[in-house]
Design a protein around this ligand. Structure first.
Ligand code: ITT
Length: 192
């Protein structure tokens, strides 16, 4: 049976489906007929990821996973981090979030940052977590129109363009999400 992916973010679904091998199928909340706004009340990615998978597990009694992702900027002591989606307010307006980030980093020579994804899997009533980190830097201006969120201002180490300048396949060669999901896949394979 397909594993339920507890998210309301279609970009995450697209990126994860693209890196999943044919042996694993995931079902979105929409496809499972579940329409809820999953809460993210905690102050760590780990706790929020667990909250999301736990809520959906309690609702469906099925194996499922979630992920929580944050952009951690060194010069801002790890901000926006767990607040990445709502950095500039509850409107979750990505353009406003990006503008706030660039403003806070104005004149700052240290542009280093990382994306961090924590996957929370609930399998047979037990929770497991998998982390993926992508190090890189924040640009001074936006570039590209692919991807989502902070992609137009993030260049991963080893690349010369932003995530938003890359195809989904190219992004997956570097991304936090692809790394965390690779760990999830190898764990699931061990269980088979
Ligand atoms: P869920 O339903 O899975 O919770 P969400 O959009 O609320 O989806 P998060 O709580 O993980 O997701 O929010 C993290 C925010 O960080 C997200 O809304 C984006 O703005 C940003 N983000 C996450 N992954 C990203 C990526 O790969 N590239 C750029 N920005 C990303």
């Amino acid at each position: 049976p397909a594993l339920i992916f507890a998210t309301n973010n279609q970009h995450k679904v697209d990126e994860i489906r693209q890196v999943l091998s044919d042996s694993f199928h995931i079902m979105t909340l929409k496809e499972a007929g579940i329409d809820i706004d999953i809460p993210e009340p905690h102050d760590t990615l780990e706790a929020n990821a667990r909250e999301k998978s736990t809520v959906i597990h309690q609702l469906t009694r099925q194996d499922c996973f979630s992920e929580d992702t944050g952009l951690e900027v060194a010069a801002l002591n790890g901000e926006p981090g767990v607040k990445s989606a709502r950095y500039a307010g509850d409107g979750r307006d990505f353009q406003q979030n990006i503008l706030k980030l660039l403003e806070k980093l104005e004149g700052e020579p240290d542009r280093s940052a990382q994306f961090r994804t924590v996957v929370s899997l609930i399998l047979n009533n037990t929770e497991y977590q998998f982390e993926g980190i992508c190090k890189g830097r924040i640009t001074t201006a936006q570039s590209g129109n692919k991807g989502f969120g902070y992609d137009p201002v993030f260049i991963p180490d080893g690349a010369s363009v932003t995530f938003a300048d890359m195809t989904m396949q190219e992004k997956a060669n570097y991304s936090h999400r692809a790394k965390a999901v690779a760990k999830l896949i190898s764990f699931l394979k061990e269980q088979q």
